[in-house]
Design a protein around this ligand. Sequence first.
Ligand code: GDP
Ligand code: IMO
Ligand code: MG
Length: 440
Amino acid sequence: MCFSLKLTPFIFSTMKADVLLGLQWGDEGKGKVVDVLTPRYDVIARFQGGPNAGHTLEFEGIKHVLHTIPSGIFHSTKANVIGNGVVIDPVVFKKEIDALLNLGVDVKKNLFISRKAHLILPTHRLLDAASEASKGTAKIGSTLKGIGPTYMDKTGRNGLRIGDLEHADFKSLYATLVAKHKELLGHYNYEYNLSELEPAFFEGVEAIKQLTLIDSEYVLNSYLANNKAILAEGAQGSLLDIDFGSYPFVTSSHTVTAGTCIGLGLAPGKIGEVYGIFKAYCTRVGSGPFPTELEDSTGETLRKNGNEFGSTTGRPRRCGWLDLPALKYAIMLNGVTQLIMMKSDVLSGFDTIKVCTHYMYKGKKIEHVPYDVVNEKIDPIYDELPGWKEDLMKVSDFDQLPAALMQYVDYIEQATGLPITIISVGPDRKQTLMRKEVAF
Ligand code: GDP
Ligand code: IMO
Ligand code: MG
C-alpha cells in the first residue's frame, strides 16, 4: 500500500490507535512483538525515547537491533513514523538507515520523521557523559546517548528540532546551542574533543534531509480519519517513566500510555487497545532499586538462559523474579487492556518459580509501590509456584504448553484481572503463540 500524506484530519472516524509498551524496566521484547503485530496495522509509530532504546527483531536467521526506527520497518507495505516525542541522534540514525538500505529496505518510501522531534547534538552526549561521571557511584547508569540533556533542552526551550534542518541558518542555530553547552561542560572536569565528533553529526544531518519530514500530528490524525490502523510502539518501560519510575533512576520521557498522546499528537479518546508487555521474570539495566533482584546463582541462570545483555550497551542486565506490585502499578498507569508475556522459555528448568506478591516496607506488608523506593529498604514477599522442565522453543500452540506454565499464566491473569493474549517462547518471529479465544 502506498501512503498519501494528503491531510484530512477533520473527517469523523471511530478509528483509534493501539499502543504497545513495556510494563517493566525496558527490554521486555517490544521490538519482536511489534514486528509480529505489524501485518495487522497500516502504520507503526514511535512516540518517545531515542537511541537509548534497542529493539531486537529476529527472523529468517538474522537479528536486527533498531534504536530510533519503528519496528514495523521490515514490512514493505507499512508506514513507519518517528513522532514528535522522540529524540534523534543523526549519527546513530544514519547507521540504522545505512544498515537497512544494505538489506534492501526502502526507507525513503516507508519512513516519515516528525519535524517536531528534537535533535541530539554531540554536545548532548558529552553533557550526559560528564554528568554521569560527576555523580560517581550515584550515577543513573544512563546509556550515555544524550537523552537527558536533549530532553532538558526541549523543556528548557533551547532545543533544536528536525524542522530546523530545513532552515538556511541551521549551522548558526547549532553554533549558538553548542556555545551554551560548552559553558555547561566547563563546569565539569571532563575532557572532550568536539571537532572529532562533528563530521559524523553533519553527515547524519544530510542523511535525515534525504528522508520525508512531516507534520506528524496532522498525518497521524489523518491516517485515523482515513480508517488506517496505527500501532504506537513504546520505548523503555513504565518503571523508567520520568514521573512514575524510581526517580531519579529513570529516563527523561513519558514511557506510559499518556506519552503516546503527547508524543504523537493524538487525543486521549483516540487510544484503543493497550498491549502491556512483560517478561515472565524481571530485568533491569543501569542503577536504581530492583526489589526482586537475584544476586545469586539463580539470577545468573536467568541472565545466561535469557541472554540478558543490553541491546544498546551490551551491559549485563540485572535479573530477578516477577514483581506483581510493580506490574499492577504499571497496568494501572497505562490502562492496559491485554497482556503479552515474553521469554517464558527462559523459566524452563526451575523446580519452583517465585512471584513477588507484596513488599515488606517500614515494618508493614504492602501491595503498592511506595513513594520512596530509593532510600527505604523494600523486601519482597513471595508465592512459590511449580516450575516446568520442558523446552518451549519448539512449541507452536498454546495447547502444547506445560500444565505448570499454564498455571503460572492463570496465576498472573487472576492477580492482574487481565488476559495474557500472547506468549513468547523464543526470540524468533515464529516463536510467538497467539491465544485464539481472546481478542485476536
Ligand atoms: P525491547 O527493547 O523491549 O525491544 O527488547 P530487547 O530487544 O532489548 O530485549 C529483548 C531480548 O530478548 C532480545 O534479545 C530478543 O531477541 C529476546 N527475546 C524476545 N522474546 C524472547 C523470548 O520469548 N524468548 C527468548 N529467549 N528471547 C526473547
Ligand atoms: P528499550 O526501549 C532498558 C535505562 C538505562 C538507565 C536509565 C536512563 O530497549 O527497552 P537514559 O539513557 O535514558 O538516560 O538511561 O534508563 N534505559 C533502558 N533500559 N531498555 C531501554 O530501552 C532503556 N533505555 C534507557 O539503562 O538505567
Ligand atoms: Mg531494548
